[in-house]
Design a protein around this ligand. Structure first.
Ligand code: FEO
Length: 400
């Protein structure tokens, strides 16, 4: 837990979670952690903005209580009711029985279904303002960024945007709260992109619209509910989110993502030749063995890159199951409009290519190159695989 006053009378409580193995029960976070950032605004009214997950509620409540007596909290702003931010509501309403919950109308039934707290709720309209003393807070609905009920809060006096999920990232670094606390942001930004591709990518059209809406507020500090607070250079995370959300339009990087699986090493041998071909024409490639890499780490590459190379042996007349799993999830995340290539070995029946083509057709993936071979990756096969990599790489350099 890191507690710091980020601007006068606004305190951040950044609750580290390095205990949970999975975020949303799905995405690995044990190696890098995640934070649930909550904020206390002290004016004539005491206002909490977003909370933590339930299992960290004691840590958060103790930290807040060191700054203000909990029964004196007037409002808790629930920008987003997903339980990673609202789980501590039960504890808060017990300790601050008169607290009012400020949220969008769409959040009310959702909050009530989780916590049975309808009587505490005060709904706010898009653009509505509330005076809390010297400060005025405004509320801006951001539907589907990340859930339908989500909004953000803006403090006009300090120019602080409490952005909840948008502009957030994975990663929990002890005593690192601001963008200026890190000499090098590269590793953090990798985690931010992984978070984006895992959590928000599917909603990229909405993210793009909301970026334009929120930048009109001209925030001087961006205070998300996950990851670093952007004080030194908030424009950096805005520009990155704009770029990441624009990938949905198909303006991707001239790089390739190669996903493969191999049962007896033959498709793996061909993979090395395909990589040689791609690199021979100076196309960078990210290689993932789907049996060893969680989808969470593959999605940033798939989201970012123009080309996908799929290496799959035929398994029982069809695609290899691990590859099918990745492709199904790519479709569910709306990773559309790619150039694609295929290679893979078969033993007693081919079939992987046929299934892949029918899977990716609805995603508008254009399978331009394919090499399905029988048995071992002999020299003649490796030669073809290398040529396939080079030919596909040249197409990626040309563009869509
Ligand atoms: Fe961080 Fe969508 O909750």
């Amino acid at each position: 837990m890191t507690t710091r006053e980020i601007v006068e009378n606004i305190t951040a409580f950044s609750v580290d979670d390095r205990t949970s193995k999975l975020f949303e029960g799905l995405w690995p976070i044990q190696a890098d952690g995640v934070t649930y950032n909550s904020y206390l605004i002290q004016d004539e009214k005491n206002v909490l903005v977003d909370l933590s997950s339930e299992f960290k509620s004691d840590v958060l409540m103790d930290a807040v209580a060191a700054r203000v007596e909990l029964p004196r909290i007037d409002y808790v702003i629930v920008n987003h009711m997903e339980p990673d931010h609202s789980g501590a509501l039960k504890a808060l309403t017990r300790l601050a029985p008169n607290v009012q919950i400020i949220c969008t109308p769409d959040a009310t039934p959702m909050l009530d279904s989780y916590y049975s707290i309808r009587s505490h709720i005060r709904e706010v309209a898009d653009g509505e303002k509330i005076s809390i003393g010297k400060r005025t807070l405004s509320f801006h609905h951001t539907p589907l960024v990340h859930w339908p009920e989500t909004m953000v809060t803006f403090d006009e006096a300090s120019g602080t945007l409490f952005s909840c999920d948008i502009f957030g990232g994975y990663g929990a670094l002890p005593d690192r709260l601001y963008d200026s606390d890190l000499d090098n942001l590269d590793e953090y930004l990798k985690q931010a992109l992984r978070y984006y591709s895992n959590i928000l990518a599917k909603f990229s059209p909405q993210v793009s619209r909301m970026i334009e809406k929120l930048t009109r507020l001209a925030p001087r500090t961006i205070a998300p509910s996950h990851g670093l607070i952007w004080k030194k250079n908030p424009q950096l995370i805005v520009d990155l989110y704009r770029k990441w959300s624009d990938y949905v339009k198909g303006d991707n990087e001239p790089r390739a993502t190669l996903i493969y699986a191999s049962m007896y090493g033959n498709t793996a041998n061909a993979m090395k030749a395909v990589v040689r071909g791609l690199t021979s024409v100076d196309v960078p490639v990210d290689v993932f063995n789907v049996a060893e890499t969680h989808l969470s780490y593959i999605l940033p590459s798939l989201w970012t890159n123009r080309g996908v190379v799929i290496g799959s042996p035929t398994y029982e007349g069809n695609i290899f199951p691990g590859i099918r799993h990745v492709l199904m999830d790519a479709g569910a995340k709306r990773i559309f409009n790619k150039k694609a290539a295929f290679f893979g070995s078969w033993s007693w029946s081919s079939g992987a290519l046929r299934e892949i083509k029918s899977m990716v057709e609805p995603y508008q993936w254009d399978v331009t190159d394919a090499l399905e071979f029988e048995g071992a990756a002999k020299d003649s096969v490796l030669e073809q695989a290398e040529k396939l990599g080079a030919a596909f790489g040249r197409k990626l350099k040309i563009g869509r």
